[in-house]
Design a binder for this molecule. Structure first.
Ligand code: SF4
Length: 303
């Protein structure tokens, strides 16, 4: 007999406006151009999206030197100022799809540096967005903070804290409290974006109702990693998946309520494929406020 499982889908999950905008811009450029179209770095951190852009005839490279003459697309994560200068020096036609919410952070960094501030940046080392943020300031006046345990012992008189847009909202609040207590003059700028905040709030609600949570997203996606950490911290068991095949019945032995959420770079088609996979493995009672997912589960149940 097929095991019964309640599958609860987070009320906020998947693509954010910045990711949708970036993909739409890239596809529109491809449609309107006969020449080379190349993306620098990953447009968004999701294998399915990258594969579909490649199938549409859009190239990808991690090195400006490898970009063929033509159009160059810059990712939603943003790039350092010097990348824009290099592209312009090479005569490339740049399509900058940096998310407007990341651009706001760049503008804040420029304003703070111009005003003589040292900036503490709460973020992930080696993330594209962090490289872009540092590349809009002066690295001598900026320090990357990855947790409350690596705070500096002293700070300059004029010092501000900002965040990568996809950081954990609670961790940022805790870090801010520690810094305010230690250095009362510090300026705090909470620059986590709203879509990230909404997905984290929904993931917290979800994990409280579940025994196991799947997060659709890749390990290179900062906001997907945050959703995994948050849900694991609440319900104890959470797994990041990039493909429906990663779900199997052995993982869910003895589990009756499962949660499903997805990072901002995970397309609806991938979330739908995960729901279908559940329906093929279990007798699913789907709980969702998304009509499209209800339709998919109903159709899968009839097959
Ligand atoms: S996660 Fe936030 S900052 Fe990043 S692309 Fe989406 S909306 Fe923009």
């Amino acid at each position: 007999m097929t095991a019964k499982i309640k599958l609860i889908v987070a009320r906020e999950l998947g693509f954010c406006m910045g990711v949708r905008r970036s993909i739409d811009m890239a596809l529109s450029v491809r449609q309107q151009s006969d020449g080379n179209v190349t993306i620098l770095n990953e447009l968004v951190h999701n294998r399915d999206v990258i594969d579909s852009l490649s199938k549409a005839g859009i190239g990808q490279t991690f090195d400006m030197e490898d970009v063929s003459p033509g159009k160059l697309i810059l990712s939603a994560h943003g790039v350092p100022r010097k990348t824009l200068e290099q592209a312009s020096a090479r005569g490339l036609d740049v399509i900058d799809t940096t998310c407007p919410l990341v651009t706001k952070v760049h503008e804040l960094v420029e304003k703070l540096i111009d005003s003589g501030y040292h900036i503490l940046v709460f973020g992930d080392p080696d993330h594209d967005e962090i490289r872009g943020i540092f590349g809009h300031g002066d690295s001598r006046m900026m320090t990357l903070i990855t947790s409350a345990s690596d705070l500096p012992k002293t700070i300059p008189d004029r010092c501000a804290l900002i965040s990568q847009t996809t950081q954990n909202v609670d961790d940022f609040a805790k870090l801010s409290d520690v810094l305010r207590n230690r250095f009362p003059t510090i300026e705090i700028h909470e620059t986590i974006c709203n879509p990230t905040r909404q997905r984290q709030e929904a993931a917290i609600e979800l994990a409280r109702r579940c025994e196991f949570v799947y997060v659709v997203g890749s390990a290179s996606s900062a906001n997907s990693m945050r959703l995994k950490e948050i849900t694991e911290g609440i319900c104890g068991r959470s797994m990041l998946i990039e493909s429906p095949d990663q779900i199997d019945t052995a993982q869910l032995e003895g589990v009756s309520v499962v949660g499903l959420t997805a990072g901002t770079s995970s397309p609806d088609s991938l979330i739908a494929a995960v729901i279908k996979r559940f329906c093929s493995l279990f007798d699913v009672d789907l709980v969702t406020s998304h009509p499209e997912f209800t339709r998919i589960a109903t159709e899968a149940g009839k097959q």
